[in-house]
Design a protein around this ligand. Structure first.
Ligand code: AHM
Ligand code: MG
Length: 298
């Protein structure tokens, strides 16, 4: 089994445990907040520990979590492994958001866990694999690697992850999922979003990016945006833990992922908690965003 498959297998075990944890109504907050200033729920910390413990035991180079200030690095010397070997475990880094959309826990809406497996460095163009687990009425998983985005269902009776489909977005969809506080949107952005509604796109937005993006993938297209806003010029969503994994998932599915102009996966990353404006969708919608943003000066 190759190193990436081994990591996926271990994450699958932890995701089943997280899904079990979510059966209880754990809605209490801790007294702390994470590096992005979000209040942490006790269950955010539990999920982080579960995935963190598993990732500490499999021999990867290191990991970084949305819930932890700094990255945890086990092997700091890239020369210590045989470079002829096919992607060794010690060269792999995992960036993850243990529970994305956890503010929806009290209302029992679908949330998820997101992972990116990076080769040696935490940057977009070194992302080898993007994964998310979706804790909804069913436990599901999507894995993007080798130019494909594959969708699986967990079978509780057989403890297996059964293949459902390979995602393939159409040229155009019908869904518009616009993130961010509207009062803080720039006018140019507002115009683009309204343009989609005028064309007949329907609003679908839960406030959890895993479910919102999953819906676009399952329905064959649409647009999800989390833009630069007046109060947050670099958007809200974090590059390593949320944005890059979904960028790979959308590109592999035949869609696109940009920051308004540029491919998200080509963006540089200087620190692990960096955020970026982001747009994920099918080709037609992304072209509309690019055209619209050319006219905007933020
Ligand atoms: P979280 O990681 O703290 O849960 O925040 C990320 C979530 C995304 O799932 C979602 O798209 C976004 O925050 C929603 O933000 P907003 O409520 O500002 O629309
Ligand atoms: Mg998140």
């Amino acid at each position: 089994m190759d190193a990436i498959n081994k990591i996926i297998q271990e994450l699958q075990k932890a995701a089943v445990q997280v899904a079990n944890l979510l059966q209880k109504r754990e809605v209490e907050y801790t007294h702390g907040s994470n590096s992005s200033g979000d209040n942490q729920l006790k269950v955010d910390i539990l999920a982080d520990k579960l995935f963190g413990n598993i990732l500490s035991e499999i021999g990867i180079k290191g990991f970084a979590s949305e819930e932890r200030e700094s990255a945890v690095i086990f092997y700091d010397n890239d020369n210590m492994y045989d470079t002829n070997q096919e992607i060794p475990m010690q060269s792999l880094l995992v960036g993850f958001d243990p529970l994305d959309g956890s503010s929806l826990i009290d209302s029992n809406l679908t949330i998820g866990s997101i992972f990116g497996i990076y080769h040696s460095e935490f940057i977009g163009n070194k992302l080898l694999c993007g994964i998310y687990f979706l804790y909804g009425p069913r436990l599901e998983m999507v894995v993007a690697r080798d130019k494909k985005s594959l969708h699986y269902l967990y079978n509780y009776a057989t403890h297996t992850w059964d293949f459902i489909q390979e995602f393939a977005l159409q040229e155009k969809g019908k869904i518009n999922a616009p993130g961010g506080t509207q009062k803080e949107w720039f006018n140019g952005h507002k115009k683009i979003i309204e343009g989609f509604f005028q064309e007949g796109y329907r609003l679908r937005y839960s406030g959890g990016m895993v479910a919102d993006l999953h819906q676009i993938l399952c329905k064959g297209g649409g647009i999800f945006s989390y833009p630069a806003t007046k109060d947050s010029r670099k958007g809200k969503l974090r590059k390593l833990f949320e944005v890059f994994p979904f960028a790979l998932i959308f590109e592999n599915a035949g869609g696109e992922a940009i920051d308004g102009q540029n491919r998200l996966l080509l963006l540089d990353t200087k620190s692990i908690h960096e955020t970026t404006p982001c747009f994920f969708g099918s080709k037609r919608e992304i072209n509309k965003i690019i055209e619209g943003y050319k006219k905007i000066s933020l």
